[in-house]
Design a protein. Structure first.
Length: 317
């Protein structure tokens, strides 16, 4: 896999050729994570002079909507990139720039939003905390909800399902938004004490938008294999859901679910056992500036042992 599959493992002793990398928020086959990982390493290794930029929107494989106006904008950026680097026409694109459009279900995508680099794409953060332990049971989860959000046979990027809580699933509901709402832009982050007693258990995370009528729409998802504690003291762990751009409209609320699987998108793990989660924090990066109220400044990042922040983050964004 590391030798032949991913461009991340190609020899990077020299700076790459100029790169404009695009991915779809709703592409469940190729979400933006690896593009961001490659971008962060390149800028960390070669500095801001490395010509690598990002463009994210709602397109690609299922569940991408591939709106014509969004594709036209991306193609215009690609044409300008090739004009400059292959034909010597126009001006040099800004190094490190990140351009995003949001996923929408009721009209044109919002944006484009521009940031100097990935670390600056979301100046604010919505935070939620829940200390109470919740246990994710091995066979929990409503298959009807999972089917609605399946990339291939489900209802697409804007599919809806019942927003009711599911038995045996760890569920966390944020307060309904007020004012103008807020715009998620980036990777929802989960920090929690996790006790997994089996070596093959997993957590399937889904972030959902629950509308005032009680229906929910999938915003982001992830599959995570927690550290094994064998019934001893839980360990503080951190993982992220795939990044996305999405507006939580006024009156809507964000809901996080931790399930044993996300069938049929992600299969049930062999030997799944109960997983207990406590002292959970959910951090949502948002476009809105800190306002002394709901929107806070981003909290210091929790790094697992052996990890380091990318250059743009370690230098104060």
């Amino acid at each position: 896999m590391t030798t032949h599959h991913s461009s991340y493992y190609v020899d990077h002793s020299e700076a790459p050729a100029p790169l404009l990398i695009s991915n779809g928020w709703t592409d469940d086959l190729f979400p933006p994570d690896e593009a961001i990982r490659f971008y962060n390493r390149t800028r960390t290794q070669f500095g801001p002079s490395a010509q690598v930029s990002l463009f994210f929107m709602d397109y690609g494989h299922q569940r991408g909507q591939n709106k014509a106006a969004d594709l036209d904008l991306l193609h215009a950026r690609e044409d300008a990139w090739f004009d400059y680097y292959l034909r010597g026409v126009g001006t040099a694109p800004p190094s490190g720039q990140v351009e995003t459009l949001t996923k929408t279900c009721d009209g044109p995508s919002a944006g484009p939003y521009l940031a100097a680099n990935w670390a600056k794409v979301a100046p604010g953060e919505i935070r939620y905390a829940s200390a109470a332990p919740q246990t994710v049971l091995p066979v929990a989860g409503d298959p009807i909800v999972g089917q609605a959000f399946d990339p291939i046979t489900g209802g697409g990027a804007c599919a809806t399902a019942s927003g009711s809580d599911q038995t045996g699933v760890a569920t966390y509901r944020l307060p309904a938004t007020s004012g103008a709402g807020y715009t998620l832009m980036g990777s929802p982050t989960v920090v929690a004490d996790i006790n997994a007693i089996g070596p093959t258990s997993q957590l399937a995370a889904r972030l959902l938008d629950v509308a005032p009528d009680g229906t929910e729409t999938l915003v982001a998802r992830a599959l995570y294999r927690p550290d094994v504690n064998a019934g001893l003291t839980p360990t503080r762990q951190v993982f992220q859901l795939h990044p996305v751009g999405w507006k939580f409209a006024p009156g809507h609320s964000a809901k996080l679910e931790l399930l044993p699987s996300d069938v049929p998108y992600g299969r049930i793990s062999n030997g799944q056992l109960p997983v207990t989660v406590s002292n959970l924090q959910l951090r949502l990066p948002v476009l809105e500036q800190p306002n002394g109220g709901v929107v806070s400044s981003p909290a210091p990042k929790l790094l697992p042992a052996g990890y380091a922040l990318a250059r743009d983050f370690s230098r104060g964004r």
